[in-house]
Structure formats: structure tokens, C-alpha cells
Design a binder for this molecule. Sequence first.
Ligand code: GDP
Length: 487
Amino acid sequence: MSLWRDVSEATRTATTSLVEATTNLFDPTIRLGVTGLSRAGKTIFITALVHALTSGARLPLFRAARDGRIADARLEPQPHDYLPRFETEEHLAALIDERRWPRSTTEIAELRLVIEYQSAGWIGRNLGAGRLTLDIVDYPGEWLLDLPLLGKSYAEWSRETLMLSRAGTRLPLAAPWHAHLATLDPDGPLDEVAARQAADLFTGYLRVCRDERVSLSTLPPGRFLMPGRDAGTPMFAFAPLDLTRATAKPGSLHALMERHYEAYKTYLVRPFFRDHFARLDRQIVLVDVLAALNAGPSAVADLERALGDILGAFRVGANAWWSSLFAPRVDRILFAATKADHLHHRSHDRLEAIVQRLVHRAIDRATTLGAKVDVAALAAIRATTEATMRIDGDELPAIVGTPLAGERLGDDVFDGESDIAVYPGDLPADPDRALALGRDAPSPAAADVRFLRFRPPRLARGSDGRIAIPSIRLDKAVEFLVGDALA
Ligand code: GDP
């Protein structure tokens, strides 16, 4: 049954793509996916991108803008009214009027940007003004981790998840959930309250695994941590059970859990991959490399695994048959380390080299990708400026900003109002060394790199009434993601 349904779904996706391609021959649409794990910087990236394009910001590495070929860029109603809208205006108001970071992504959201441009080429110019529709799809990276569930039964998933939770560092974290699990009889009568309790405790276990940075990347269901609008529905009321039989006894707790698990796949996972993921043309994956380096060895290893898992979702057809049916048509993927403004510009290339190394290791594991891949280190919103500090006769490259209220450095706790200059440390020139520092025991060099969180920059209106939001290498990212479509 499920094979037939999947084949028909694939046909539907293909047909829809064909229709889109045909009707949009002279008015192309790019669906740009923006993803990354929680707090990676998706909301800030999209807000800054939209603001930069619609306000005509200076973007020297984005050729169409540099050459003055963009006549207009404006928001238009998004194509799917059933999806939440990415609230750019609300996010900009938080940044500009209140100087605070906006709410982060918790579920999928969409936004349509229309760009009117002049083509660079002779033929294009003579065809008249071009128009590119850019549909931006913001979604939690955690959702990508659910793809393998489509190929697993409840019994298989249950067995694997339990096995992982009974080994190594996860075992102590799973104690409260395991205690409850021991009270459950899979063959006993179905019990909705017990199923919900088990799901809550299991979710608690997933959350501590993430917070302790133990094994985020390998622990679906991803929506248990990022549920979106459907939180609280019975689809979320399942957890692994110690099963004694492969087939559930009708009316049992096992049968109930299985039913919820299948509903989770049918109503959440499958539609996301079919209706959204498989329709993306371009993808940016945002990565908080600095947070991982800061948190130490297991965080770096975890990040590398997470990147591998995320890349796995983009492996076109290289997976099992069910995954190839949801294979995206993405032809460009940009992996971008965010928050580069936490470092002096001397380290920006080094940060980029670290992402490059991390991604390449992941690509090697993911075999062929079938898409053009690039990396960048950027700050979609630059919260710091640079300065030179003189300490004991030494000149140190510093960054200046307003640390968020409550941030600490040594014994100092900041009030969120005063600016400070800090020497954040330099990343090692050799990316392998930086990653090794992350992976091995903490070393003096690793401990040297410290990242404070800063408030957004003070933003003021210029004489032309526009507000310029400073950024680092946002232009490079835009050029890679859409530059060719505006050539
Ligand atoms: P996501 O939507 O969950 O991926 O994450 P957000 O875009 O909301 O970013 C999470 C937090 O990271 C923000 O609240 C900021 O504190 C910080 N952040 C994100 N992007 C930047 C950036 O470009 N520069 C700086 N300094 N901080 C950033």
C-alpha cells in the first residue's frame, strides 16, 4: 500500500514541478530553503536578506546589486496561504525599534520576494526587464532528521531508539524515561494517558541529549523538539516500548503507540518532504560553528554528525527507494557558519576553512550529492565593530559591542547597555587543528576563543530615510544562491 502511495506521490510532485516550470518559463521562481538547527541564525538571516534586497543595500559581491541592475525588490503575498508567513516586519521592528533579537524559528514559514532586474547580457537586455520570484522557505533543521523514519516500522524504530538510549553517555540521561518505561506493558490495554506520559518523558530525554550536546543528530523524531503548530495532538503521543512481539495485539498499548507513530509519519513527515522539501531549488544550511567550538569536544563531534545527517537528506536517490522518491531538486547548497561578527575579520577566512573541512568530511560520507556546494562564514547582522586593544604593550585585534544583559566575562556581568571591547581570540590557521582542539581535551588554545553574545547594533535612519543593517559576507551568500538567476 505504502509503495503505491509513494509512487503516486512522486508522480504528483513531478507533475507539479513540470507545470511550475512550464508556466514560469519567462517568470522564473526559485524556492530557497533556509534551514539549520535551532538558534543557528535562520530568522536573522532571512530578515537581513529581505531587508538588504528591499532597501537597496550596498552588496558589493552580489553582482546584480553592485552593477545597479536591480530595479525593484518587494514582498508579495506568499504562494501557500495555509503556511505561516515569515513575519519580516515584526522581526525588523524588534531589531530596529527595540534593539533586541527577534523570536527564532519554531516551524515552517514562507515569504515571497519579487525582484525586477535588468539582465547583464545583450540578449537578456533586449528581451526587456527580467523578473525573479524568490520564495523563501524557513524550516527547522531538526525536521530533516525525520526522513529515515519513513523507511522504518514502529517496532524497528522502537528497538533502535531503545538500544541507543541504553548505551554510553545517554544511559544516565534516559533514567527518568526508562523508569516509566519499566512500568508499561506493551500488550496490556491501550492507555492514552500512559502513552502521553511516556512521550513527555521521552521528549525530556531528547531535550537533555540536545542540551548536553550528546547526540542531537542521531535522535529522531525531530519534531518532538520542534513540534510547530501540531504540538499536543495524538500524533506526538508515542515513545519506544520494550516489545515482546512484532505484531501488535489489537487494542493494546503497543497498537496505540504504533498508530500514533504512523500518523506522525503520514500527517507530518511525509507531507513536509513531499510538499516542501522536494520542491526546493536552492538551500542554505546555517551552522553555529562558533557555539560548537566554544562548547568543546563533544559539541564539535555532534555538529559534524548533524551535518552528515542533514547532507544525507540531500543525497539524491542514493538512499533507500523511499528516500529517492522525496529527493529534492536542489542544485545549489550553501553551508554557512553564522555569527562571524563574534570574531575579528582576521579569523573570518579561518572560520570558513573550518566549515569547509567539516562539510567535506560529511560529503565524503554522503557520496554523491548532485548539487553544487559552497561554504561561507557570515554575519547576517553585524553586532560588533573592530578596534585595536593595547595590553602590556601588545596590540590585540578586538571587537566592540554591547553584550546582552546577563552575559558574563570572568567576574563581570553585563547590563545590556554599555559597550565593551574584547579580544575574542583567533581561530587556528589550520582548520584541522581547530577541529582537533574541539575534539581533544580542552587545550589552552581552544580555551582562548571565547564568544560573548551581543545585542543587535544601534540602527539609525540615514539622510535618505533608509536604514542600513551592517553584515559580513551576506552579499557573497546571496550571489551564490541567486546570482546566476539574475545574470
Ligand atoms: P533560528 O531562527 O533558531 O535559526 O535562530 P535565530 O536567527 O533566531 O538566531 C538565534 C540567535 O543567534 C539570535 O537571537 C542572535 O542572538 C544570534 N544571531 C543570529 N544571527 C546572528 C548574527 O548574524 N550576528 C550575531 N551577533 N548574532 C546572531
